[in-house]
Write a protein that binds this ligand. Structure first.
Ligand SMILES: NC(=O)c1ccc[n+]([C@@H]2O[C@H](COP(=O)([O-])OP(=O)(O)OC[C@H]3O[C@@H](n4cnc5c(N)ncnc54)[C@H](O)[C@@H]3O)[C@@H](O)[C@H]2O)c1
Length: 304
């Protein structure tokens, strides 16, 4: 039911982990796939054409159309080269899937400026680089019925506020704001912009202390189990969804509701400070107390 024939998808981070699973499924659905991957170490350093080349070869072996580009998403010139090469190889760019990522985990009180900058550069600036380059391209085409797709990977680490990942949590929630903005501004050019918060056993997860035993034996944690939501969002069928976050993993798919206010206080005149404090504590405080955080809701869900 998902036919991506004639559509071209760029998959950043497509050389390994979830990105490789996504790229292969898009290829099996008929898309031309450009694997854009630096072949970096988990911390973002180093470069290796091998992972991107071998995923592209695997797609071709499965009778799909694929090419690869050793792109550094944190570098705008590199991303512009990626788009030029994709257009030359396949003639169009219809779908951009931003999966590339690195980690430099550290507590807030120990994190260095370099660790902060590195993660913000790959995730947040990297997503800005591909999204803004795609936006220029699709605006120039100017087709309100274009069926173009942005699919940005975010993380529960941002939604739940992961303890030892302040840089990563901030970068991922930055991508949420960027995607909301893209969904607003690019709708007129036939673009939808959605997000996926995945969970799957990859080197990124097994690097987290204590996670290996819980995750690695579970077949449902295979990165292939994340890919169907990306194939769906990449297709023309998904035109009804934009500005949405999907949670994907363990063969379960969820959609998040919008952020919304849960209570308010208002005054016709400037607030008297004592009245303000009373109103806060009689109206906002109980609303907060009755509104469990996503982390608390997840804990309760896992306990059942
Ligand atoms: N695995 C999970 O459970 C999980 C959970 C939440 C979010 N995510 C997100 O999903 C995405 C994929 O994660 P994964 O677990 O497959 O990780 P992974 O480490 O297996 O793969 C990441 C890929 O990104 C590439 N990359 C790194 N820096 C790059 C750069 N500057 N330019 C281009 N490519 C670069 C790497 O070479 C690698 O192939 C990431 O955005 C990650 O933050 C993963």
């Amino acid at each position: 039911m998902i036919n991506l024939q004639g559509r071209t998808a760029i998959v950043t981070g497509g050389g390994r982990g979830i990105g490789a699973s996504v790229a292969r499924l898009l290829g099996r659905c008929g898309a031309n796939v450009m694997i854009a991957d630096l072949g970096a170490e988990l911390n973002g350093t180093g470069q290796d054409a091998g992972p991107a080349a071998s995923v592209a070869q695997r797609i071709r072996d499965e009778r799909g159309a694929a090419a690869h580009n050793v792109c550094d998403v944190g570098n705008l010139t590199s991303v512009q080269g990626l788009f030029a090469e994709t257009l030359e190889a396949f003639g169009t760019v219809d779908v951009v899937v931003n999966v590339a990522g690195n980690l430099r985990d550290r507590t807030l009180w120990n994190m260095t400026e370099d660790e902060w900058d590195s993660v913000i550069r790959v995730h947040l600036k990297g997503t800005f680089n591909t999204v803004s380059t795609a936006a220029r391209h699709w605006k120039a085409i100017g087709n309100p019925d274009g069926n173009y797709r942005l699919i940005n990977f975010i993380s529960a680490a941002g939604i739940y506020g992961s303890f030892g990942q302040p840089n990563y949590a901030a970068a991922k929630m930055g991508i949420v704001g960027l995607t909301y903005s893209a969904a607003q501004s690019l709708a007129r050019y036939g673009v939808t912009a959605n997000m996926v918060a995945p969970v799957a056993t990859t080197r990124m997860v097994t690097s987290i202390p204590g996670s290996r035993n819980i995750l690695s034996d579970n077949e449902a944690m295979n990165p292939d189990s994340v890919a169907p939501i990306v194939a769906y969002l990449a297709s023309e069928r998904s035109a009804w969804s934009t500005g949405r976050i999907y949670d994907a993993g363990r063969r379960v798919f969820k959609v998040y509701g919008h952020l919304d206010t849960i209570a308010h206080i208002a005054s016709e005149e400037a607030w008297d400070l004592d009245e303000f404090v009373t109103a806060v504590e009689t109206t906002l405080l109980p609303a907060v107390a009755n509104d469990p955080s996503p982390r608390e809701r997840l804990r309760a869900e896992l306990a059942n």
